[in-house]
Design a protein around this ligand. Sequence first.
Ligand SMILES: [Zn+2]
Ligand SMILES: [Zn+2]
Length: 67
Amino acid sequence: MSDRELYCDTCGGVQPFETPPCADGHGVDCPELLCTGCGAAVLIATFTFRPARLADRRRPSAGRHAA
Ligand SMILES: [Zn+2]
Ligand SMILES: [Zn+2]
């Protein structure tokens, strides 16, 4: 079990977080953490967010209805 310190909104400050027992088979990569201060569970993003469609081209509407 690894501890890490994260900011907790509920506690209003940085608290040590611990990984809860994981029943989903995530193992050490479980994205869930429990605040040891208030017991709130948080999800940490262990994956990289891809830029959401920033390049979404806005075509000038040509009178077509979007499906
Ligand atoms: Zn898990
Ligand atoms: Zn907390």
